[in-house]
Write a protein that binds this ligand. Structure first.
Ligand code: HEC
Ligand code: HEC
Ligand code: HEC
Ligand code: HEC
Length: 391
């Protein structure tokens, strides 16, 4: 009896559903912003091992059934700072965007970023739909998804009736919340938000810095783009996610290009500034034994294990004096300066050999140069000093 009742109820719900919800359309807005050239996380700490475009693409492939219908948007600030390596990153980034099939990517003015006249031809070549104030693209794109017209723009004025309107901006959330009329505003200022901020009828979001998580805003809308209800979710990109092999190949190609750039374009800066462990050994043997038991003594190996020993952006914290006169340059040129050695903490002072009192005092700021929040989120000075103390 109960079953019959249940069955009847279910049938009624199923049959009546289209008429009740016929006007309603569902759309997932999947978004990033403030990727800042982050192709993949460095893996310096399990606590910060989130994000990466190969994982992102892998996740979307594996979950497209539950995510469809969706549009994929980047709210801007996806470039690294201007440098030769920044340009290699931009290239890899945009090739990955093409595989991910972004529906719209905002290219917003940012002084530090790789130049527009380098980036725009790449976006064009890879057919990545771009919205921008620049001469190369339009400010607005209209994306058609099923019966819905979605107006995605970087122009705060371009907010027509009858569409679902999404504004992409690099203004901070506080400034974005003063822009009227939009259904959704996505900021790429790099601020973190737990939940969307609702101001009048506008939902304001902010792309998670460096893409450690991506956002999914689920909207129920009617055909004129009016938002009936919304739900938001952050999806963290942890290392359990299967990578998209096509994006992985792009990232591996990037590593090869970086290694080539490092080998062909960078030059060691001669000088005899750093002594290295071998310069301290004759007088401080016991300290060297205790140092050898710490992870600092194997910091370069860690890069080799993940195939990043030829990436200047990684080497810098895993050796002494990279980029300085007489500092580490390469395993061939300066093997004695690999790893985080004595002078990384005690400072560089050759005069110490004549005047033993001259060595810089250790303080927290010495560690923070490398133990940044991004690379060492667990860092606490006392806890960490206890682990490396010379005994
Ligand atoms: C700003 C300094 C800094 C930069 C840049 C840096 N690292 Fe690190 N790395 C660290 C620190 C500090 C740790 C130790 C973190 C901890 O345990 O708290 C670490 C640890 C690691 C480890 C060991 C992780 C483990 O648990 O065994 C690996 C691997 C690593 N880094 C790879 C990289 C790669 C690859 C890059 C470049 C993409 C990079 N690092 C760039 C500072 C840096
Ligand atoms: C020629 C011998 C000699 C060499 C080489 C040498 N030191 Fe020293 N160092 C000493 C002596 C002696 C002292 C004073 C010991 C004491 O006060 O107990 C000292 C003291 C220190 C101190 C403590 C300073 C203080 O203010 O308490 C540090 C740190 C130090 N050395 C680091 C180094 C480092 C790092 C190197 C290698 C770059 C190095 N030393 C090379 C002989 C040497
Ligand atoms: C030149 C950069 C640099 C400086 C300066 C530096 N570290 Fe590190 N530290 C690293 C790197 C890189 C690692 C990771 C080594 C690895 O496993 O590859 C690390 C690892 C560690 C670890 C091991 C973490 C663990 O959980 O086992 C401790 C502890 C640590 N550092 C403490 C300190 C302290 C305390 C200072 C300051 C007095 C300091 N470090 C200064 C780069 C640095
Ligand atoms: C990760 C940072 C770090 C590195 C690398 C490091 N030290 Fe130290 N060292 C310290 C700290 C912190 C102290 C003070 C606390 C202590 O005595 O352990 C110290 C103290 C010392 C002292 C003075 C001890 C005293 O009793 O006054 C000497 C000498 C010294 N270190 C030598 C070395 C030598 C030689 C190396 C390289 C083999 C080295 N240190 C590598 C952090 C470091």
């Amino acid at each position: 009896m109960k079953f019959v009742l249940l069955f009847t109820l279910l049938t009624i719900i199923l049959i009546s559903a289209p008429s009740i919800y016929g006007e309603e359309l569902k759309i997932n807005i999947i978004y990033t912003g403030a990727l800042e050239g982050e192709l993949e996380p460095c893996g310096c700490s399990p606590q910060s091992d989130f994000g990466g475009l190969a994982r992102f693409s892998g996740f979307l492939n594996d979950h497209s059934d539950s995510l469809l219908p969706y549009i994929l948007i980047d709210a801007g600030n996806f470039l690294a700072a201007e440098s030769p390596q920044g340009r290699l990153k931009a290239d890899a980034m945009i090739k990955s965007f093409a595989i991910l099939k972004y529906d719209a990517v905002a290219l917003l003015p940012d002084e530090d970023a790789v130049a527009d006249d380098f980036v725009n031809p790449l976006l064009k070549k890879q057919s990545v739909p771009t919205v921008s104030f620049g001469p190369y693209a339009k400010e607005t794109a209209v994306i058609k998804k099923d019966l819905l017209d979605i107006n995605v723009s970087v122009d705060p004025e371009d907010c027509p009736d009858g569409k679902l309107n999404i504004l992409l901006t690099n203004h901070p959330v506080s400034a974005a919340s003063g822009i009227p009329g939009w259904d959704v505003i996505i900021s790429s200022s790099g601020e973190t938000m737990e939940e969307p901020l609702q101001v009048d009828n506008t939902l304001i979001l902010s792309g998670y810095p460096k893409g450690e998580k991506f956002g999914v805003l689920t909207l129920k809308v009617n055909q004129t783009g009016e938002v009936l209800s919304s739900r938001h979710e952050w999806v963290p990109l942890g290392n359990e996610i299967d990578e998209d092999k096509r994006v992985r190949k792009i990232l591996d190609d990037y590593d090869v290009k970086v290694a080539r750039f490092y080998k062909e374009s960078l030059k060691p800066l001669p000088g005899t500034t750093y002594l290295g462990v071998s310069g301290c050994v004759e007088c401080h043997q016991p300290f060297i034994e205790s140092w050898e038991k710490t992870r600092h003594a194997h910091a370069y190996e860690s890069l080799e294990e993940v195939g990043k020993e030829s990436d200047p952006e990684c080497i810098i914290c895993h050796v002494i004096g990279f980029g300085e006169k007489g500092g580490f340059f390469s395993m061939e040129a300066t093997p004695e300066l690999a790893n985080v050695q004595c002078e990384a903490c005690h400072g560089l002072n050759r005069e110490h050999i004549e005047d033993f009192s001259k060595m810089r005092p250790i303080s927290e700021s010495v560690c923070l140069k490398c133990h940044t929040r991004a690379n060492s989120p667990e860092f606490e000075y006392q806890k960490y000093v206890d682990k490396i103390k010379h005994e």
